[in-house]
Structures are given as structure tokens and as C-alpha cells.
Design a protein around this ligand. Structure first.
Ligand SMILES: [Zn+2]
Length: 57
């Protein structure tokens, strides 16, 4: 049994640390880098695409 979700890897665009998350990753999810707190938005799950979330104030 294979689980593709576990093969996905997120790398923080800011500090290059690997970002870990729990559960499934879905389009539009926001995950936070444990190292620097940068938030990354999931743009696409398969293939995995993501970008640093820029908060607009
Ligand atoms: Zn980071």
C-alpha cells in the first residue's frame, strides 16, 4: 500500500527547512514553517506546488 501524501515534501522558501504537517494536504491549506514561522499556501497538491503566503494588511 502506498500513500502519496507521505512522499510529498515541503521546503520553506525562506529558511529551506523541511516543513512537516499532519493529516492530508489540501488545496488552499496554509502550513507554517516550524523553524521560522513563514506561512506557505498550497497551490496544488498533485503535483505539489506552493508559495510563501504574503499577508496583506
Ligand atoms: Zn522557514
Amino acid at each position: 500500500m502506498t500513500n502519496k501524501q507521505n512522499d510529498l515534501k515541503l521546503v520553506c522558501p525562506d529558511c529551506q527547512a523541511e516543513i512537516k504537517w499532519e493529516g492530508e494536504l489540501n488545496l488552499g491549506d496554509i502550513v507554517e514553517c516550524q523553524e521560522c514561522g513563514t506561512e506557505v499556501e498550497i497551490l496544488s497538491v498533485e503535483p505539489l506546488k506552493y508559495c510563501e503566503l504574503i499577508e496583506q494588511k
